[in-house]
Design a protein around this ligand. Structure first.
Ligand code: SF4
Length: 390
């Protein structure tokens, strides 16, 4: 009998958190305005953390706060009171990278502490030590392979979280100073400018980049569940609500099928296809089955076309008349797909389209405009319209 596992989503703001909750995440991690990496994500005020926790809890989901910058002396004075306030807001766990926070939180509060991937934990002795300190879960370094993950789980028995999808660092996460060097933005204090993605030119030779392909573990989820991984983490607190909805739905369907013993090649191939379309980068399984090598890198440049597949979201319904907030161009006659929080994917031919005043129009060409469409389906709120992926 396989253990229930957790699908863990990032959220850069409250809107993304709500989308993640209704599109299949079991838990959501996000940063506060202080002490969190990803300074460019909007991040949550204390009031928003409270709202995030109650929304997540109302749907039976969990909420985790990242506190994983590299702490200097000047960061410490106010963090204790901040943690107290976040605990009162209802947080379920802190994701930390500094050991003084493990000690402080475990001695003073009844919430979980997860050790961040920023610590680069790669071996079972470290995990044993962290377990003795009271850490409840370790997010392993992305650079740990399958056999080592299994050995750590079998030998130590502490819940283990691993990344399954999203961007990777060229260098071991948390040990890169490219951004600091080139832009004076500290990647370990939330300011990474993603310098490794830039094209470099050395001695007039061809341009090259240090960019790695994205991680995509969809084909190995069954194996990852079988070896005992507890939590499956999606990268990307700055990803769009559409990206989150598509990626979470796919992994939700795969995980549920594995747990129900109904995973088929057809289902898996379909989800692999969807996941490859939503991302604008190539992907790989990196370190899981082998040492990462040249096939996991770009080296000689890459295209990154912007994704305009997200056409709109259902924000109101009145019987079969749906109010849509438009995102990208579509027109009468287009064949589109509708994805729903129920995990359905519905084909639809756009055979009617109205503006907000119910005047008939033939194209949706104004970003963020409000449109109306009649659709003979019972769609939940927050269903999304997209270009066909299947
Ligand atoms: S520059 Fe690249 S490798 Fe370095 S921290 Fe940023 S994303 Fe990671």
């Amino acid at each position: 009998m396989l253990n229930k596992v957790e699908l863990l989503s990032p959220a850069g703001d409250l809107e993304r958190l709500k989308i993640a909750c209704i599109y299949g995440a079991d838990a959501i991690y996000f940063g506060g305005r202080e002490y969190s990496l990803r300074a460019n994500a909007n991040n949550f005020s204390l009031e928003e953390i409270k709202e995030a926790c109650s929304f997540a809890h109302s749907l039976g989901k969990r909420a985790y706060l990242t506190l994983n910058i590299v702490f200097h002396n000047e960061d410490i004075a106010l963090v204790y009171d901040y943690i107290k306030q976040v605990v009162e807001a209802g947080i379920d766990a802190f994701i930390v990278s500094d050991l003084f926070l493990v000690k402080y939180i475990k001695e003073n509060f009844k919430v979980e502490v997860h050790l961040s991937t920023q610590v680069s934990v790669t071996n079972m002795e470290s995990v044993k030590f962290l377990k003795e300190m009271g850490v409840d879960r370790v997010v392993l370094a992305r650079e740990v392979g399958r056999d080592d993950i299994k050995k750590i789980i079998d030998e130590v028995g502490l819940p283990i979280e691993t990344f399954i999808h999203g961007a990777m660092c060229t260098f071991v996460s948390g040990r890169c100073v490219l951004s600091n060097y080139f832009t004076n933005r500290d990647s370990n204090r939330g300011g990474c400018a993603q310098i490794c993605r830039f094209a470099f030119d050395i001695n007039d030779e061809e341009n090259f980049s240090m960019a790695v392909k994205d991680l995509n573990m969809s084909k190995y989820i069954k194996d990852m569940i079988e070896i005992g991984i507890t939590s499956f983490k999606i990268e990307g607190r700055m990803r769009s609500p559409f990206y989150l909805a598509v990626v979470l739905s796919s992994y939700r369907r795969i995980i549920d099928a594995v747990l129900n013993d109904t995973l088929s090649d057809d289902l898996l191939n379909r989800e692999v296809k969807i996941l490859s379309k939503v991302s604008n980068r190539e992907n790989s399984t990196h370190f899981y089955m082998k040492e990462a090598d040249v096939s996991d890198q770009y080296y000689l440049g890459r295209g990154e076309p912007s994704n305009q597949d997200y056409l709109g979201i259902v924000i109101e319904k009145n019987d079969n008349l749906y109010t849509i907030r438009q995102r990208n161009y579509f027109e009468l006659g287009d064949k589109i797909e509708i994805i729903t929080p129920n995990m359905d994917i519905i084909d639809f031919d756009v055979d009617n389209l109205y503006n907000e005043k119910m005047e008939s129009i033939n194209k949706a060409n104004i970003a963020d405009s409000i449109l109306k469409i009649k659709i003979d389906e019972d769609l939940p709120l927050y269903s999304m319209l997209r270009r066909p992926y299947l």
